[in-house]
Design a protein around this ligand. Structure first.
Ligand code: GDP
Ligand code: K
Ligand code: MG
Length: 299
């Protein structure tokens, strides 16, 4: 127990289209890799909470899947519902955009964010790789004419630029309230869930465009022993070709995925990990609401 009593506690939703850096922001605020990230959209499929308790303030961040335009597949519909629900019942919204680009998808997020019942901070991310410098200011001016932002904060989540300022700003919006999570708890998610997410991240990163977002990971075994945590993960893909790609020549790709995942797990769990990966083809899972529910993608 810390000796400072928590007197302020609140929820902050991190929203924005896919790939603007929402999960990177959460990880860097927490100083721990909790939410998986990658260059590909749809990396974050579920809502995940990141809890930061510092002094008398507990900030509960809600990382969301990006809002999508395509609602054709069941998994996209579920991800959109998750992201929209996060806008309700929070004390502050961080609307994250890419400093360099404004797209139709940003536009549709703006339309939703407009109706948030709490203050909205516009977080302009990736300023470290800003190319179109002269386009940014007019765009921001235009945006703030169309919506009343509590504040506009330029940051680089990846390079930890201006995150201190953003956090102090966030804290100023956290209302009085009782502590919700113990101060050493950093997420609402189970270790099993985090383990599955780590494997999914490594697969997403290892593969080029070949395999889209049709990979799911199920943890079949998670046994904690003094010597090591024994984890078995089942990778589900849609097609045989995807299975071949993930396995790679003489199994070298899946070996690498397993190695990288194990290193991240050991870092997160602070314990030795023995990881086993299995792979299975199960076609149609990403478009089948029932199969999704059994994988945990449910509200
Ligand atoms: P999300 O889909 O909004 O959660 O985005 P991610 O956090 O997964 O990040 C998408 C990609 O943008 C990843 O490749 C990140 O490394 C990259 N990224 C995130 N923040 C920054 C940043 O501040 N600067 C740069 N250059 N890249 C970033
Ligand atoms: K992403
Ligand atoms: Mg994400």
């Amino acid at each position: 127990m810390s000796d400072v009593e928590v007197t302020h506690c609140g929820y902050i939703a991190i929203v924005g289209r896919p790939n603007v850096g929402k999960s990177t922001l959460l990880n860097h605020i927490l100083g721990q890799k909790l939410s998986i990230t990658s260059r590909k959209p749809q990396t974050t499929r579920d809502q995940i909470l990141g809890v930061k308790t510092e002094g008398h303030i507990q900030a509960i961040y809600v990382d969301t899947p990006g809002l999508h335009l395509g609602e054709t597949k069941a998994i996209n519909r579920i991800m959109n519902r998750t992201a929209t629900a996060a806008l309700k019942d929070v004390d502050l919204v961080l609307f994250v955009v890419d400093a360099d680009r404004w797209t139709e998808e940003d536009e549709s997020v703006l339309q939703k964010v407009k109706f948030a019942s709490c203050p909205v901070v516009l977080v302009v991310n990736k300023v470290d790789q800003l190319d179109q410098k002269d386009e940014l200011l007019p765009r921001l001016a235009n945006l703030s004419e169309r919506m009343d932002f509590a504040q506009i904060v330029p940051i680089s989540a990846l390079r930890n630029k201006n995150l201190d300022r953003l956090e102090r700003l966030v804290e100023s919006y956290i209302p009085e309230g009782m502590q919700y999570y113990p101060e050493d708890q950093i997420t609402n998610r189970s270790s099993r869930f985090l383990a599955a997410e780590i494997v999914r991240e490594k697969i997403t990163r290892q593969l080029g465009q070949e395999v889209p977002y049709e990979v799911a990971v199920q943890i079949e075994e998670f046994v904690y022993e003094e010597s090591a945590i024994h984890i078995s993960a089942l990778i589900l893909v849609e097609r045989n070709g995807q299975k071949r790609i993930i396995i790679g020549d003489r199994g070298e790709k899946i070996k690498l995925i397993g190695k990288e995942a194990r290193i991240d797990m050991e870092d997160l769990f602070q314990h030795k990990v023995m990881l086993n990966l299995w792979i299975k083809v199960r076609s149609g899972w990403s478009d089948d609401e029932r199969a999704l529910a059994s994988l945990g993608y449910q509200e």
